[in-house]
Design a protein. Structure first.
Length: 307
């Protein structure tokens, strides 16, 4: 019996559960500590819990999964019949998650390719979905070859399949953009996640910063004077980046559902080439670093897979 290609990611992809189930994606949780209590993201702690903890000025920190946690996920995939694994994760500039996955991959019972998306949130999630869709297509082709419907020589081996799935994730990562607004840079400053955006901290009370993902890091994009102008500018940037391309768009938020829904509705009207539109609250890990009031837009052009 032919095995399948398994896709693994981490909990900061914030994928729709329907997509996780449809593609059989394994999601490895990062951890969030509130005071002395440690919780698994997406399993034991909610975005609301983190928002409340931050408002109460509780100490909130995050940590990567252990290599053993990844090793267990890879063993489970192998036991379920996978012939290879592509493991796609948040930026190594923001977390040690990629390193933990690489350590586990070295001892996995089947081939594992680890991809540093250099992204986070549904920017990462879009890369995971590209990988999953390519894996599904390759599995179908291999099943057809086994049944005699396709030339087995044309299908290639497991390593070639893994190369194609990695390539699908990397191609989408290259064209995907994430932009976001935060009410304050204080949470990013505390967590050491703002890179050169540190230059904005001194004037954070006077401006509403727009940030973006660049080179795997969170960097400043523009300074805007009011929250309403910042959100309007976020909308304009998303429309500009979408252009005439076929795109998937995600609007993320933390404790700002009404603003997120309103922004998503405006983008639906202004981006006629939109393929999928997602609105989701970020999880506890990203929430711990951005704070309540986050509003983000991910623009992910749809990249056609080679035939």
């Amino acid at each position: 019996m032919l095995g399948h290609l398994a896709i693994v990611t981490d909990s900061t992809a914030y994928l729709p559960q329907e997509a996780v189930d449809r593609h059989r994606i394994q999601v490895v949780p990062l951890s969030v500590a509130v005071g002395d209590e440690v919780f698994a993201e997406g399993v034991e702690i909610s975005p609301k819990d983190v928002a409340e903890a931050l408002r109460a000025k509780s100490r909130v920190t995050t940590s990567r999964p252990s290599p053993e946690t990844f090793a267990a996920a890879y063993r489970a995939a192998a036991a379920a019949g996978a012939r290879g694994i592509v493991s796609v994760h948040l930026s190594a500039e923001l977390s040690g998650t990629v390193e933990a996955a690489q350590l586990a991959a070295a001892a996995a019972p089947i081939p594992v390719r680890v991809v540093d998306s250099r992204l986070v949130g549904m920017a990462l999630g879009s890369c995971v979905l590209a990988a999953a869709e390519r894996a599904d297509n390759l599995d179908a082709a291999r099943s057809g070859a086994s049944a005699g419907d396709v030339d087995i020589e044309a299908v290639g081996g497991a390593e070639a399949d893994l190369d194609q799935v990695v390539s699908a994730a990397e191609r989408r990562a290259e064209v995907t953009n994430g932009f976001f607004y935060v009410d304050t840079l204080e949470h990013l400053r505390r967590g050491g996640r703002i890179g050169t955006a540190r230059a904005l901290v001194g004037s954070a009370l006077a401006v509403k910063p727009l940030l973006h993902l660049a080179g795997g890091r969170i960097e400043p994009l523009e300074k805007v004077r009011t929250a309403s102008r910042a959100i309007a500018r976020l909308e304009e940037i998303a429309v500009e980046r979408a252009g005439a391309q076929r795109v998937d768009i995600t609007v993320h938020h933390l404790a700002a559902e009404q603003r997120a829904e309103a922004l998503a509705e405006r983008l639906r009207e202004r981006v006629p080439t939109m393929n999928e539109l997602y609105v989701s609250e970020v999880g506890a890990v990203i929430g711990a670093h951005v704070g309540p009031g986050l509003l983000a837009v991910v623009v992910a052009p749809v990249v056609a897979s080679p035939r």
